[in-house]
Design a protein around this ligand. Structure first.
Ligand code: ZN
Length: 325
């Protein structure tokens, strides 16, 4: 069933502020609003205010609302005036992410269906879906990231896309290619890098989910997991040993504590999605135990059953190490 979009489009008088450029989109970017407002309210606030920040769609538990035409660019990814995220991607905000819970879950569900519908309409595969964080390192979609579910989210959208008969990958996939939501069966001629392209799941994740040490050693007929527990790191296994997490207590002090040991904590948190990724622009791996690091530690603690005090100590160290395994 097609999802109907309710339009409340920004007036042309505000194009210069909100969506100045023509856009021929190539990607869809997923966001969390970090707010508790409905889609209707998110859109009417966005088109009505005087900030340039803009996005195309907001999705809540009941409906999809649109504020910017999809052939205009929106300012939603923080990668600059000519950034690919801002100039080539359609922004989809998932509402109610601040508090989470039932309404958020329902909003996510509808958003996945809607994104799958957009992909199908455009003849795109799951490889066109990005998270805000991919463009500028911002910790968004925050709820999906802090719950370590990004790969699951992509798999859920891919499954929905398959269900509605969309393309599996933007570039033509080989005939007989089987991609279901959760697994992929290796076909003749598949390399792990090709499978990563087709499924939108990174090679590192495929390796870690399936315990593949040597990517050249995959066999035809082998069933690969595309999703798994959030404990799987997306970094290749050979990088994990390099974290060498420090012992001792770390917290925000004045002056703030600095060092390579803190850098290692930040890198470990980044690989678990609790900190901007190393590869991202403006990344926060600065080796300083400041509020940003304490916040990342706090989020990590709160979703892992630890006291969320933002203080890195033996328990937090042990838990991070467990999650990196
Ligand atoms: Zn965002």
């Amino acid at each position: 069933m097609t999802i109907t979009v309710k339009k409340n489009l920004v007036s042309e008088a505000k194009y210069a502020l909100k969506c100045p450029n023509y856009m021929d989109a190539e990607y869809i970017t997923i966001h969390n609003t970090a707010n508790d407002a409905s889609a209707a309210n998110e859109i009417s606030y966005m088109i009505g205010n005087t900030s340039s920040t803009s996005f195309h769609f907001a999705v809540d538990d009941k409906e999809v609302r649109q504020g910017i035409p999809t052939n205009r660019n929106a300012w939603h990814t923080g990668d600059g005036k000519n950034g690919t995220g801002n100039r080539k991607s359609i922004g989809v905000e998932i509402c109610y992410s601040k508090s989470g819970g039932r309404k958020y879950k329902a909003a996510e569900k509808l958003a996945f269906k809607f994104v799958a519908q957009l992909l199908k309409e455009r003849g795109w595969g799951i490889d066109r879906v990005r998270k805000h964080q991919d463009w500028n390192g911002k910790y968004c979609p925050h709820r999906i990231l802090s719950e370590g579910r990004w790969e699951q989210v992509k798999a859920a959208i891919a499954a929905e896309l398959e269900r509605i008969g969309g393309k599996k990958a933007s570039s033509p996939a080989k005939t007989g290619t089987k991609i279901s939501g959760a697994t992929y069966t290796v076909r003749n001629g598949d390399a792990l890098s090709v499978i990563a392209q087709k499924t939108g799941v990174s090679m590192a994740t495929l390796q870690s989910l399936n315990g593949i040490k040597n990517p050249n050693l995959i066999k035809v007929g082998q069933v690969l997991k595309l999703t798994g527990s959030s404990t799987s790191s997306t970094k290749p296994s050979n990088k994990r040993t390099s974290y060498a997490l420090p012992s001792g207590i770390y917290k925000v002090t004045s002056p703030m504590r600095k060092g390579d040991d803190i850098r290692r904590i930040q890198n470990a948190l980044a690989s678990l999605y609790f900190y901007p990724d190393k590869g991202a622009k403006n990344n926060g791996i600065d080796g300083v135990y400041g509020p940003k690091t304490a916040n990342a530690v706090k989020r990590f603690q709160s979703v892992n059953g630890l006291t969320a005090d933002g203080i890195y100590g033996p328990k937090t160290k042990a838990k991070i190490e467990e999650k990196l395994k």
